[in-house]
Design a protein around this ligand. Structure first.
Ligand SMILES: Nc1ncnc2c1ncn2[C@@H]1O[C@H](COP(=O)(O)OP(=O)(O)O)[C@@H](O)[C@H]1O
Ligand SMILES: [Mg+2]
Length: 265
């Protein structure tokens, strides 16, 4: 059975002027209700990196928040592992955040937060060092977040996520706001991290190339209300290269078209 199962998922944000109404009859035009997700059905396998694309405002973040248990669906349900999601989970789901570091803690202390369960201080220190080295931040262990660049802060977040070793890692636009080279480097780090922890990852991105380079599966949503336009396994060999792999390049053009851009640039 699939690891994540999303069934008949609908989300309506009720506007201030609308009265609560039957959730079995979602109607976008009633009052100022906003129908964001419309009857989504999909499932993902354990260990997959799933990349989610869709126009801005279509409901991608809403979907992630529902899967993480931060938000309740209006209809339908989400099951992760063998548990229906009905609230934020403990250690098993980790949501990667842009400014999720504690500013009063050093890099090592921030990463160590993911290892609170370890009682052996020597082992803990070794693990912290290992993860810091994985994201190439050795030498910065005693720095505070404000002493690091934006890209370095994001890598500390990655190290912390590796330390937590969650069953499901959720990332909402993890590369937003990074310059081009930092973005490329960080993308590589995320792929390496996935190879290392082999856990299920859901990554929302607005970048078609990110999705096709990183994903084991790609999901494309329509504009709001988000409906599934494409869900496809990506069996392309790595490292992936649009110029050499014509099928990958064809898929790229197809997704560009699907998202309303008539040609891939
Ligand atoms: N808490 C909320 N209350 C009301 N409307 C919301 C709320 N959160 C998001 N929305 C609306 O839902 C739609 C989808 O938002 P979001 O999931 O953030 O889209 P995306 O991440 O795809 O850009 C948007 O129109 C947004 O204005
Ligand atoms: Mg969003």
């Amino acid at each position: 059975m699939s690891y994540i199962r999303i069934s008949n998922l609908t989300k309506i944000y009720l506007g201030r002027r609308s009265k609560p109404r039957s959730l079995h009859d979602p109607d976008e035009h009633s009052g100022d209700n906003v129908l964001v997700l419309n009857d989504i059905n999909m499932s993902f396998e354990e260990g997959e990196m799933v990349c989610i694309l869709g126009p801005s405002g279509c409901g991608k973040s809403t979907l992630l928040r529902i899967i993480a248990g931060f938000e309740l669906p209006s209809c339908g349900n989400v099951v992760v592992g063998d548990k229906p999601v009905n609230g934020p989970s403990d250690q098993s789901i980790f949501v990667f955040q842009h400014s999720g570091l504690f500013p009063w803690m050093t890099v090592a202390q921030n990463v160590g937060l993911g290892l609170r369960h370890l009682n052996d201080e020597v082992v803990k220190k070794e693990r912290i060092q290992e993860y810091i080295e994985m994201v190439e931040l050795e030498g910065f262990e005693d720095y505070y977040p404000h002493q690091l660049s934006g890209g370095m802060q994001r890598r500390v977040e990655l190290a912390r996520a590796i330390a937590v070793n969650p069953d499901l890692l959720i990332m909402d636009e993890p590369f937003s706001g990074l310059d081009f080279l930092t973005h490329m480097k960080m993308r590589e780090e995320v792929v390496n991290m996935h190879e290392y922890i082999r856990k299920t990852m859901l990554v929302v991105t607005h970048d078609i190339d990110d999705a096709l380079i990183m994903g084991d599966r790609v999901v494309v949503f329509s504009g709001r209300p988000a409906a599934l336009k494409m869900i496809q396994k990506l069996d392309f060999p790595r490292p992936r290269d649009f110029e050499r792999d014509h099928e990958l390049s064809r898929l790229r053009s197809e997704i560009f078209l699907m998202l309303g851009v008539p040609y891939a640039v």
